[in-house]
Design a protein around this ligand. Structure first.
Ligand code: SF4
Length: 187
């Protein structure tokens, strides 16, 4: 299956309750040949309306932070979420919803074959790195699993609520850049 077929399948998905309240399925965007994937928890209001991940205020902050470390969201990264439909009122996705949706992320990962996965926020990190992951304590640490490097960092929406974590988040992006150099993804 290629990415377009997977996207079509996902856009016609009614496997969980989130299908009932979504406006659009938010499948993922960015470079499908990138070696780095960013994974958040789920679409917010703007993402649901536009059908694209990280387009609201949190997305704009992420863009600024990537610019600051000279990484290109379009060229260097593919970006998606654990659940592809917006949880009502931006609540955390339920375990059952994540479980239903994660096969799409797995298939995206098989097609893209990233070397690095950056988990944006607790929901993605507990799902993809370890169930008891604590972002404030363990952000920026590297974990090698299944042939890929994983790192958890702050969700940009959390940074909008708590600006004091921004310097740590920038350190994490610099660490990502170092890892990309080490793996010869960039020079
Ligand atoms: S969240 Fe995922 S599993 Fe649930 S309806 Fe949307 S695409 Fe399907």
């Amino acid at each position: 299956m290629d990415m377009r077929e997977l996207e079509q399948q996902c856009k016609n998905c009614f496997k969980c309750e989130l299908a009932k309240t979504r406006t659009n399925v938010v499948f993922g965007t960015g470079n499908e040949n990138a070696k780095v994937m960013f994974v958040g928890e789920g679409p917010g209001e703007n993402e649901d309306l536009q059908g694209e991940p990280f387009v609201g205020r949190a997305g704009q902050l992420l863009n600024l932070m990537l610019d600051a470390v000279d990484l290109s969201r379009e060229k260097d990264i593919y970006i998606t979420n654990i659940v592809k439909c917006r949880p009502p009122k931006n609540r955390d996705p339920l375990e059952s919803e994540s479980e239903c949706c994660i096969p799409y992320l797995r298939k995206q990962t098989v097609i893209i074959r990233p070397k690095i996965i950056v988990c944006l926020g607790r929901i993605a990190a507990t799902r993809l790195i370890s169930p008891d992951f604590k972002v404030t304590k363990e952000h920026g640490q590297w974990h090698f699993k299944g042939g890929m490097w994983f790192m958890g960092t702050f969700h940009p929406a959390a940074l909008l609520r708590n600006q004091s974590n921004k310097p740590d988040a920038m350190e994490d992006l610099l660490s990502l850049k170092d890892k990309m150099k080490e793996l010869e993804i960039i020079k």
